[in-house]
Design a protein around this ligand. Structure first.
Ligand SMILES: *[C@@H]1O[C@H](CO)[C@@H](O)[C@H](O)[C@H]1NC(C)=O
Ligand SMILES: *[C@@H]1O[C@H](CO)[C@@H](O)[C@H](O)[C@H]1NC(C)=O
Ligand SMILES: *[C@@H]1O[C@H](CO)[C@@H](O)[C@H](O)[C@H]1NC(C)=O
Length: 314
């Protein structure tokens, strides 16, 4: 009797946990794809036409994932094959056109594959950081609803929406980390564009799709800083969790305090644990080996670069 009750309780707990299927056996060898993007025009260190900042790679590796770079300018067939081999996708920050770039084209291919997969109970998580957040908002609404804000280099505390500390993203964060996020200026903001609460609320597609977890303001405009999709394992932060432990430019908005680094870890830990619920794999070990980021060497760009190290791709 007691056993039955316990089993029911565990089952009920699982039901509340994830939007799609609930994988009981985790995949402890997760591989996450990070999407590359067109190089910045003023990047004099560039050794190729696209790049990934190494901090995103380290961020995921720090929580138990391996990384595969997703190159831009590839065919849909190639993206389809890669999708079936990886366990999640990270859309990084940067500075490309989120409607016309090759970055945005590839993001759209993966986003649509992820919608379909999740609808078919194939749990596939997506994480968007900064530009990745903005890209997700464009993919969901089919519109660019962003507005300029004064948030270029500033660290802010998060304003949690009611109940959002119990969201999927935040609910397993330790209490002290949530308290630091809410009270200390530890989230790094490096963006000119933001999704205002106003435009989000006026757009039914966005409003139905995403739950607002946190907001911020530049003093004038209230914007969304963290959101998660209601029915999909999609997460987006306008701030930069990967910067605190892995980027070292001396600049306002950069924070290396213990609470900031702890918060960074729990964001990575959360997303990697989501990727562990996916069972995609490469068709062979040789293909996996060829795809992993270890095949590339990051380039050290110097201490005054916004990205300390970049991976470059042709
Ligand atoms: C992508 O392909 C287009 C056309 O094939 C080319 O003009 C462009 O330079 C390529 N971009 C990158 C970043 O490789
Ligand atoms: C709302 O979106 C439009 C683009 O469709 C943009 O021009 C405008 O600045 C946005 N307004 C706010 C308040 O975010
Ligand atoms: C800390 O965040 C507040 C917003 O809550 C902001 O007004 C203030 O400028 C920030 N301070 C620093 C030093 O960034």
């Amino acid at each position: 009797m007691y056993r039955q009750v316990l089993v029911l309780a565990v089952f009920a707990a699982h039901l509340g946990e994830s939007p799609a299927s609930c994988a009981r056996n985790l995949n402890y060898r997760p591989i996450i794809g990070i999407l590359a993007q067109e190089i910045l025009e003023d990047d004099t260190d560039a050794q190729g036409s696209s790049y990934i900042a190494a901090s995103y790679v380290k961020h995921l590796e720090s929580a138990g994932a391996r990384v595969v770079p997703i190159r831009i300018n590839r065919t849909e067939e190639e993206y389809g094959r890669l999708f079936n081999a990886i366990n999640g996708l990270l859309l990084p920050g940067g500075n490309v056109d989120i409607e016309k770039s090759e970055f945005s084209r590839a993001a759209k291919v993966f986003y649509e594959l992820a919608l379909k997969a999740n609808d078919a109970s194939d749990y596939f998580p997506i994480w968007g950081t900064c530009q990745g957040f903005q890209q997700l908002s464009v993919l969901t609404s089919n519109k660019n609803l962003l507005t300029l804000t004064d948030t270029k280099a500033v660290a802010l505390p998060l304003t949690f929406s009611p109940g959002s500390q119990n969201s999927r993203l935040f609910k397993k964060f330790p209490k002290d980390v949530l308290q630091s996020l809410a009270e200390e200026n530890i989230t790094s903001n490096f963006h000119s564009w933001s999704l205002s609460l106003q435009n989000y609320s006026a757009n039914p597609k966005l409003k139905r799709f995403y739950r607002v977890l946190t907001t911020n303001t530049d003093g004038t405009q209230e914007f969304i800083s963290t959101m998660e999709a209601y029915r999909y394992p999609f997460y987006a932060v306008q701030w930069h969790p990967e910067k605190s432990p892995f980027e070292w430019i001396e600049k306002p908005g950069m924070v290396h305090t213990l609470p900031a680094i702890k918060a960074t870890f729990y964001t990575a830990f959360f997303f990697v644990s989501e990727a562990m619920k996916n069972r995609h794999r490469f068709p062979s070990q040789i293909e996996e080996e060829r795809a992993l980021i270890y095949n590339y060497q990051p380039v050290f760009k110097g201490l005054s670069s916004i990205f300390l190290q970049n991976y470059y791709f042709d």
